[in-house]
Design a protein. Structure first.
Length: 60
């Protein structure tokens, strides 16, 4: 399963996102997004990360 990240609507790589918000935070966002997807709640999940903006995690 491919994971695609967006920050404020602009596509970003996992490596860049790790540098911006931290590796532990990215890991937690992916975990929460997978839970929601497998529960069939949403296909994409957005998280407000304060001053960093909105991070959207999509699976394809």
């Amino acid at each position: 399963m491919k994971t695609v990240f967006y920050i404020n609507g602009a596509k970003i790589t996992r490596k860049e996102l790790n540098e911006i918000i931290g590796k532990a935070a990215v890991k937690e966002l992916v975990f929460l997004s997978k839970e929601r997807r497998f529960m069939k709640v949403a296909l994409e999940t957005s998280f407000n990360m304060g001053s960093y903006g909105t991070v959207t995690v999509c699976f394809g």
